[in-house]
Design a protein around this ligand. Structure first.
Ligand code: GDP
Length: 555
C-alpha cells in the first residue's frame, strides 16, 4: 500500500503521515514504494501514541481549483465534463447566468472550480498579491504535448507557489501518447510519481469521461496535503474573480471568500471601490444570505465593477468605506505605483537566464510594416535562440498587450505607433518594457544584440574566498546550513560556490543564504564565522572547504 492510500484509509492528511514516518525509523523513501503490512502496523501504533492535537480556531476549508494549460488542450471541456458528471442535471440545467465559478460535491467533499481565467487574468490576480487558487490542474493534450502556454502555466503556478496536478487529456485519441507527455514533464521538474517524482499525473478524456473520477480524487488528495483552513468567524476578506455590468442591475463582481463570512448588509471596500452588499447570488444563480470561506458569490451593491484580483474587506460603516476608497484614489493619482521589477531587455537576457527564446509582442502602424518587421525579427534568429512573436497586430499598444507581455516575460515592440500615458504606466506597473522604434534598422541593431546576449555566454571564474565548514545544521525547510570560518578572501551572498572534500570538488551551487548571528548579510570577510547555505551541491559535511567564485562574462 502507498502512503497516500494509507493516509486516506486512516483518515489523516498524507503530510501528517509522512511527518510521522520521517520521525520514525521506518525508511523515509516509502512514499515512492509499497508499505509492507509490518510497516503499516508500526505506523498505526505510532499514531495511537500521538497526542490529540489542540483544537484550532481555524476550520478546514474546501479547495479552490483552476485549470490552466495551452489553448485547445481541453480546459473548458474538462470543466464541463466534471460539472456534467458531478452536478445533478436539474441543478446544472437551471443556471442561467454563470458567475465565473462552480462547485461540485465528490465523495462527500466540496471542490470549487474557478472558470479558466486565461493566463492574463491569472497574472493580473497574482500581480495584486491575491491568491485565489489552491491547486492548479495543468491540462496537457496527450496528442500535442507540452506547448508554449503549458510552459507559461507552469511558470505561473510556480511563481504563485501553487501545487500542480497534471491532467493528461484526450487519451481517447488515436495519436495520444501520454508517456511522451510524462517524458516532457521531467524537463520542467515535474517528474511523475510513477517515475519516482512527486507530480501527480492523471490520464483523462473529457470526451469519454475516462479518468475524471481519478482526477477528482487526486485533487482531494492534494488538497488534504495542503491542510487548507480558514476562520469562518474571522474578519471578512475576499478576492474578485470576475466583474461585469448588468444593464438592469448595475455593476456586480464575483468574489471568492477567503476568510470570514460575507453577509447581506455588510459594507465592503476594495481599492477605490466600496459599497453595501445588496444581494448575494450563489453559483447556481440563487439568492443567498451569506457566503463562507472558499465560496464564490456574485455581489450586488458595489460602486463600480472591480477587476480580478482586487481584495475586498469588511469595514464598520459606509463613511469609513468611502474614506478608505478616496484615500486609495488619491494615492493612485499621485502615482506611487511601480513596485515590481522592470522586465527589461537586460534582465531577460542577463547572464543567468537559461531561456533561449526572445518573446515579443509586436504592434505596428500598417499591415505592410507588420509583415516587414515580423519577417525581419524572424530573420534575426540564431541557431540556439528563437525569436518568438507571441502576438502581433496593427494599432496602438493596449492593455491586453501589456498583460500578455507580462505573463510571458516578453517585451513589446511598438513600431510607428503611439503608446498612451496610461499604457506606459501600466507597463511600468507590470514591469514590462515597451521599446519604441521608427525604423527597421534600429530594430535590427537592438534585437541582434539581444539575441547575442541570449547565446550561451562564456565565463571566467575568479576565486574570491574560502571558508571551512566547522559544523552543519539541519534546518527544516531550508536544508543544511554550514557553520563556517572564512579562511581567506570573503564570502558573498548570491555567489557561486564549490564544495571541496579531500581536495576534490564534490558539488557546486549558489550561496542562497549568508548569515552572521542570525542576521542576513551580503558578505563576510576573513577571520569571521558565518552560516552558509549552498543550494545545489547535495550534502555539505564538516571539514569541507567552500570555495566562493565570482563569474565574469567574457565577450
Ligand atoms: P481549451 O481551449 O483548453 O478550453 O479547450 P477546449 O475545451 O475548448 O477543447 C478544445 C477542443 O478539443 C474542442 O474541440 C474539444 O471538443 C476537444 N477536446 C477536449 N477534450 C477532449 C478529449 O478528451 N478528447 C477529444 N477527442 N477531444 C477533446
Amino acid at each position: 500500500m502507498r502512503v497516500y492510500e494509507l493516509a486516506r484509509k486512516l483518515k489523516i492528511p498524507t503530510k501528517k503521515l509522512l511527518d510521522i514516518i520521517s520521525k520514525s525509523d521506518i525508511s523515509n523513501k516509502v512514499s515512492l514504494s509499497n508499505l509492507s503490512s509490518k510497516e503499516i502496523e508500526k505506523i498505526k501504533n505510532l499514531l495511537r501514541e500521538e497526542k490529540p492535537s489542540l483544537k484550532k480556531k481555524l476550520l478546514p476549508r474546501d479547495p479552490v481549483v483552476t485549470f490552466l494549460g495551452h489553448v485547445d488542450h481541453g480546459k473548458t471541456s474538462l470543466l464541463d465534463a466534471i460539472r456534467n458528471t458531478q452536478v445533478a442535471k436539474e441543478e446544472f440545467g437551471g443556471i442561467t447566468q454563470r458567475i465565473g465559478a462552480s462547485e461540485i460535491n465528490f465523495q462527500g467533499k466540496r471542490i470549487v472550480f474557478i472558470d479558466t481565467p486565461g493566463h492574463e487574468a491569472f497574472t493580473a490576480m497574482r500581480a495584486q498579491g491575491a491568491q485565489v487558487t489552491d491547486i492548479v490542474v495543468l491540462v496537457i493534450a496527450a496528442d500535442d504535448g507540452v506547448m508554449p502556454q503549458t510552459k507559461e502555466a507552469i511558470n505561473h503556478a510556480r511563481a504563485a507557489k501553487v501545487p500542480i496536478v497534471v491532467a493528461i487529456n484526450k487519451i481517447d485519441k488515436k495519436e495520444a501518447n501520454p508517456e511522451r507527455v510524462k517524458q516532457q514533464l521531467t524537463k520542467y521538474d515535474l517528474t511523475p510519481e510513477e517515475w519516482g517524482g512527486e507530480t501527480i499525473c492523471v490520464p483523462v478524456s473529457a470526451l469519454t469521461k475516462e479518468g475524471i473520477n481519478e482526477l477528482l480524487e487526486m485533487i482531494l488528495l492534494e488538497a488534504e496535503m495542503l491542510e487548507l483552513s480558514a476562520n469562518p468567524k474571522g474578519d471578512f476578506k475576499g478576492v474578485v474573480i470576475e466583474g461585469e455590468v448588468d444593464r438592469r442591475k448595475g455593476p456586480f463582481s464575483t468574489i471568492l471568500v477567503k476568510e470570514g463570512t460575507l453577509h447581506i448588509g455588510d459594507v465592503l471596500v476594495g481599492g477605490e471601490i466600496w459599497g453595501k452588499v445588496r444581494a448575494l447570488i450563489n453559483w447556481q444563480g440563487e439568492k443567498s444570505k451569506e457566503a463562507g470561506p472558499s465560496t464564490p458569490v456574485r455581489v450586488l451593491g458595489l460602486s463600480k465593477v472591480a477587476t480580478p484580483g482586487q481584495i475586498f474587506i469588511k469595514v464598520k460603516n459606509e463613511k469609513e468605506a468611502r474614506r478608505l476608497a478616496e484615500k486609495v484614489a488619491e494615492e493612485k493619482k499621485e502615482g506611487s505605483l511601480s513596485k515590481r521589477e522592470r522586465l527589461t531587455l537586460e534582465s531577460i537576457f542577463g547572464p543567468e537566464k537559461k531561456e533561449k527564446s526572445l518573446s515579443i509582442v509586436l504592434k505596428t502602424d500598417t499591415q505592410g510594416s507588420l509583415k516587414a518587421v515580423s519577417d525581419t525579427l524572424k530573420s534575426l534568429e540564431e541557431k540556439d535562440v528563437k525569436v518568438n512573436i507571441l502576438h502581433q497586430g496593427i494599432g496602438e499598444v493596449n492593455k491586453s498587450d501589456v498583460l500578455l507581455a507580462s505573463t510571458a516575460s516578453s517585451i513589446i515592440i511598438s513600431f510607428n505607433v503611439e503608446v498612451s500615458n496610461e499604457i506606459n504606466l501600466l507597463a511600468k506597473e507590470e514591469g514590462v518594457e515597451i521599446r519604441k522604434y521608427r525604423t527597421i534598422y534600429e530594430i535590427i541593431d537592438d534585437i541582434k544584440l539581444a539575441v547575442k546576449g541570449l547565446l550561451e555566454p562564456v565565463y571566467k571564474e575568479e576565486l574570491v574566498g574560502k571558508a571551512q565548514v566547522r559544523e552543519t545544521f539541519k534546518i527544516p525547510k531550508v536544508g543544511i546550513v554550514a557553520g563556517c570560518y572564512v579562511m581567506e578572501g570573503k564570502v558573498l551572498r548570491g555567489s557561486r560556490a564549490k564544495v571541496i572534500r579531500d581536495k576534490e570538488v564534490v558539488g557546486e551551487g549558489r550561496i542562497v543564504s549568508l548569515k552572521r548571528f542570525n542576521q542576513d548579510v551580503n558578505e563576510v570577510s576573513t577571520g569571521l564565522e558565518c552560516g552558509i547555505n549552498v543550494q545545489g551541491p547535495g550534502e555539505v559535511q564538516k571539514g569541507d572547504i567552500i570555495e566562493v567564485y565570482h563569474r565574469q562574462r567574457v565577450e
